[in-house]
Design a protein around this ligand. Sequence first.
Ligand code: UT7
Length: 336
Amino acid sequence: MKRTVIKGTGRYVPPRLVTNDDLAKIIDTTDEWIEQRTGIKQRYWIPEEGNVGASDLALEATKIALGRAGWKPEDIDLIIFATLSPDIYFPGSGCLLQHKLGLDTTPALDIRQQCTGFLYGLTTADAYIKSGYANRVLVVGAEVHSSGLDITDRGRDVAVLFGDGAAVVCVEGVETDANVGVLTSKLHSQGKNADILMLEAPASKYSERITIEMIEQARHYPKMEGKAVFKLAVRILPEVAQEALAGAGLKIEDIDMFFPHQANLRINQFFQKTMGIPDEKIFNNIQKYGNTTAASIPLALDDAMEQGLIGKSGDTVMFIGLGAGMTWGAVIYRFQ
Ligand code: UT7
């Protein structure tokens, strides 16, 4: 039977380190507030002068992942690019990355599932592989948030949360009788909650997609009802984790490491407590990177693998997250 297995991972963040204290010099916030509420100590942002897009960060992460997989760019059958911050409005960043990799006509698709983007991307890759449509898929999560944040007192509740970064996973279809690879995926969305976390403008539904008035009202910046998102996350993440465990016929003890989306350390601590997960079985690196949205789960995976914490044959992990849409999901994966 064909199984979807990870052949290589890579991550890249831009070099500009921005600490909480750096932000406190620009806006009315403190290191204590940010750390106590979110766990974040620092994040990386693209250079102030800009000109670095999600596809540029993704290119660097891809080079590392390809090297570890032993693939050349030509080996890729399909690029799946998850981002809420594409380089430009259209075409998608997948096409831009495809060109930067020196490829000619390799298919590329962008997906827009925000913090759940990697889970949707990996599941889509699994479906393409199992249907025989592609066998080697590059699953990318990459974001440039910093150029789209309201870095003023007005936007402080959101601006302190987000970091720029990219992470990439090379997945391949392998014929095996072993129960390995992507074991199960459970995905959900709920558009009725679209407005608790959104970026409205520019919007094609208006005759003028963006106006001076909209800019003055900050409608071109992300808007979040933080408490509402927090409450949904702590209720839904344990539910979807149980759904995924049931789907794979596994118990919580069978999971060697949980990789929750890195939105807020406190959300992940609630999740850990509700599920009864021991400290050594949950991986968080939001302290170093902030919330990198579609990049956060693969960025955590790559970090943990590099530290030698996970990745042995038979190791079983759960990727889990929730984000704008609302969208949420969980994927259980076993290393070959
Ligand atoms: O990845 C996408 C999914 N996103 C999430 O999962 C985020 C979920 N939500 C959260 O993580 C939290 O709601 C936040 C970290 C965003 C906010 O934490 P909170 O405990 O819900 O704070 P709050 O928004 O209720 O604000 C509490 C106080 C307010 O002041 P008053 O009204 O009590 O005087 C805010 O004005 O904190 C103030 N505040 C800040 N103070 C210092 C808001 N942002 C800041 C800031 N620095 N950056």
